[in-house]
Design a protein around this ligand. Structure first.
Ligand code: ZN
Length: 171
């Protein structure tokens, strides 16, 4: 089981200041923004190499980020690791006695499967596991060379399998 860093979620109190810090001081551009009214959050993704920073702005005091900011202030909220087989990963961490927030994966943005591991079992950090949508790989028709998409290098299988889909605060 290999895991790859997908993104780091950071709860920000003052988005303008946070953007100024990352964009103006460090030259990191916002790549995408997604509003998730149901969660009371607006997520701003900044690409850093093969992973992203996800600046999480609360749009509601009662949403998870609003409550987090009220309780703990701005700071690291979660990190997300991409895995090939989220169910196998969940079994592996559960077998080690880890406390899972999601014992079964649920659907995240763009059809990804996601599940959270409780911070108490991950050395104080909320860890999200993420498996990208399978259908673009499993159901992909053969290409002209007769090679199934899943056998191609990551990133070559078309938009549906974009390794860095830029939406969803719980992607
Ligand atoms: Zn996230």
């Amino acid at each position: 089981m290999k895991a790859t860093l997908d993104h780091v979620g950071i709860a920000v109190g003052d988005l303008g200041e946070a953007l100024a810090f990352y964009r103006e001081a460090l030259g990191i551009e916002v790549e995408a923004t997604e509003d998730v009214p149901s969660q009371g959050v607006r997520a701003h993704f900044l690409r850093v190499g093969s992973a992203s920073l996800e600046l999480l702005e609360a749009t509601s005091e009662s949403g998870p980020i609003g409550r987090y900011l009220a309780r703990r202030g701005p700071g690291l909220h979660h990190l997300t690791l991409r895995v090939d087989d989220i169910r196998a990963a969940l079994r592996a961490v559960a077998a080690r006695g880890a406390k899972l927030i999601d014992t079964e994966p649920r659907e995240g943005a763009e059809g990804a499967l996601v599940a959270f591991i409780h911070p108490s079992s991950a050395h104080g950090v909320l860890v999200e596991l993420k498996q990208e949508r399978a259908d673009s790989r499993e159901l992909a028709p053969q290409n002209a060379n007769g090679v199934r998409a899943a056998e191609q290098a990551p990133g070559t299988v078309g938009a549906g399998a974009d390794p860095e889909p830029a939406t969803g605060w719980r992607r």
